[in-house]
Write a protein that binds this ligand. Structure first.
Ligand code: SAH
Length: 278
């Protein structure tokens, strides 16, 4: 697993360019990440559960009106626009996909928040912003693609003011993945252009070395992984013919998320950190 070659950000950009329209169609709230279910009786759909995960990250980032968020790996803008609408915050988002920049800015305009929300093309590994320019930063399921987590965390720590929060979600290895389950995870990593895999034990050091303090490190796999992979698999099997025609040959699209449903060793992590007040 650790031998997988990290993708280049420009390849990741082209990958998201290809799927930009489809992701906008798939979720009316424009969340491009896994879902969160409260428990077995929670019958939320995948888009509803993805919106719930956005709510959780919004709670953790604790920004109010006038606070300025950097959204690292902003996708098609759903989470950032939602924060602007619900908390009145200002948002700057970055992505490596030009198509996402377009759709995300369109979404901000349609939501009537374009005066305080903007999305730009930039690489999180070298953020084009001055030190201390944001009140908080989040990276919602985007650090998964990045070749060097330490570098991204240092960049987020640099641009967030002292006392500001850094919140992110990540995939991680909860326990060694047994040989017979590895093919599915490796295929997922290769086809969706994921960077190196980490364990929970890697995180305290990564966060501290970036100059941040850990507030919370929570394994939310039980609320996220099984249901997301089951739902995504079900939705994929039911895609309209025109989507199948457009994406059917794409190896990333051919991957069945249901292949990960029983890989409980592959987990989902919520990280809340803070830049010390100085
Ligand atoms: N956070 C969004 C999108 C998640 S998809 C959401 O939750 O809806 C992953 C996102 O990470 C994509 O927008 C992709 O362009 C972005 N990304 C991946 N590598 C990046 C990098 N090096 N710099 C900036 N963005 C990156």
């Amino acid at each position: 697993m650790r031998g997988i070659k990290a993708p280049d950000p420009s390849e990741v950009g082209l990958f998201y360019d290809r799927f930009a329209q489809l992701s906008a169609m798939a979720d009316p709230e424009a969340n491009l990440h896994f879902g969160y279910w409260d428990g077995p009786d929670d019958d939320a759909s995948l888009p509803q559960a993805a919106a719930r995960l956005t709510e959780i990250v919004i709670e953790k980032v604790r920004l109010g009106a006038g606070g300025h968020l950097l959204d690292v790996g902003c996708g098609i803008g759903g989470p950032g626009v939602h924060l602007a609408q619900t908390a009145g915050a200002e948002v700057t988002g970055v992505t490596v996909s030009q198509e996402q920049v377009k759709l995300a800015n369109q979404r901000a305009a349609e939501a009537g928040v374009a005066d305080r929300v903007r999305f730009e093309l930039a690489d999180a590994m070298k953020l084009p912003y001055a030190a201390d320019s944001f009140d908080a930063a989040w990276a919602l399921e985007s650090i998964i693609h990045m070749p060097d987590r330490g570098q991204v965390l240092r960049e987020m720590a640099r641009v967030v003011r002292p006392g500001g929060r850094v919140v992110l979600t990540d995939f991680f290895e909860r326990a060694p993945i047994p040989e017979y389950k590895r093919a599915a995870v490796e295929t997922y990593y290769r086809e969706t252009l994921l960077g190196p895999i980490v364990t929970l034990d890697d995180y305290p050091g990564l966060v501290r070395e970036a100059g941040l303090m850990v507030d919370e490190l929570i394994d939310i796999s039980e609320n996220v992984m099984r249901r997301t992979t089951q739902e995504a698999s079900r939705l994929k099997q039911a895609v309209p013919a025109e989507v199948q025609q457009m994406h059917g040959d794409d190896p990333a699209f051919q991957f069945d998320p249901g292949d990960l449903t029983d890989v409980w060793e592959f987990g989902y992590l919520l990280v809340v950190a803070q830049r010390p007040r100085g």
